[in-house]
Design a protein around this ligand. Structure first.
Ligand SMILES: [Mn+2]
Length: 259
């Protein structure tokens, strides 16, 4: 299957700022050729362009168009984005029947406008995704370790299946496969332990190891196909010796080889 490598170089509508620089650094690190060699298929690079300063909704609308175009051609959409709210651009372009979400993140991204202290859209990304596009019962939140007050209660009261990083076991996913025919895979790279991946805005201790994440990805893929995948939230300004960039490249390579 051909891959459309869709890059979204934006942070909250601002181009090439903070985590919005991540896609460019990955591309400079060889992302395109690596995805091509891992998948053995043609890779088309699709950069989202919405000017230097746009509304988040404009960026996501452009992303919806790009993902829909990929799906229309039977290509696999691999989204590399600054923000987790890119899910709100990707999901509307995917056929909803049987669709689930597998979401790796240190955070819940499960605030409402009422529970959010910051009002930051990224803190609501999964909450909006499950209220608008995919039912909670078909959603898994994996590797979470930093839930805020208000959000913690909302996650606990949800029908999502949740495994915190602190309770991680490699067998969890095989014992609790996604209740879906195919899944949108979302990886916020801050799910990984910051000691091995420092290039993130959140450096709270206790994240997953790259090997734990990779094992989980293989297990999920063994149960159901990916409808699309997203890799988000790499901040090159905070990276050390390209550790997080190289990890992201490794993850993109794995996704491309098993998708
Ligand atoms: Mn996060």
């Amino acid at each position: 299957m051909n891959i459309h490598l869709i890059t979204v170089p934006y942070h909250m509508g601002q181009k090439d700022t903070g985590v919005g620089q991540g896609p460019s650094r990955y591309l400079e690190g060889g992302l395109g050729s690596l995805v091509q060699s891992a998948s053995g298929h043609t890779v088309k690079l699709v950069p989202i362009e919405a000017g230097f300063s746009a509304r988040i909704e404009q960026v996501n609308a452009a992303l919806t168009g790009a993902v829909a175009a990929a799906v229309g051609l039977g290509a696999f959409p691999l989204v590399v984005a600054g923000n987790c709210n890119s899910c709100l651009g990707t999901l509307p372009a995917l056929r909803p029947a049987g669709l689930g979400i597998v979401w790796f993140d240190a955070h819940g991204d499960f605030h409402t406008r009422e529970s959010s202290i910051s009002g930051n859209l990224d803190g609501m990304a999964l909450a909006l995704a499950t209220s608008q596009f995919v039912d909670e019962s078909r959603t898994m939140l994996l590797g979470v370790r930093d839930l805020e007050a208000g959000e913690r209660e909302r996650v606990a009261g949800s029908r999502m299946r949740v495994i915190p990083a602190a309770d991680w076991s490699d067998s969890f996913v095989s014992k609790n496969p996604p209740q879906a025919d195919r899944v949108y895979l979302h990886i916020d790279i801050d799910v990984i332990d910051p000691r091995v991946s420092p290039g993130v805005n959140f450096r709270g201790a206790g994240g997953l190891s790259p090997e734990q994440l990779e094992t989980a990805l293989r297990t999920v893929r063994g149960r159901c196909p990916f409808a699309a995948a997203a890799l988000t939230n790499y901040n090159p300004d905070l990276d050390v010796d390209w550790k997080t960039r190289n990890l992201g490249l490794r993850l993109a390579r794995l996704i491309s080889s098993i998708m």
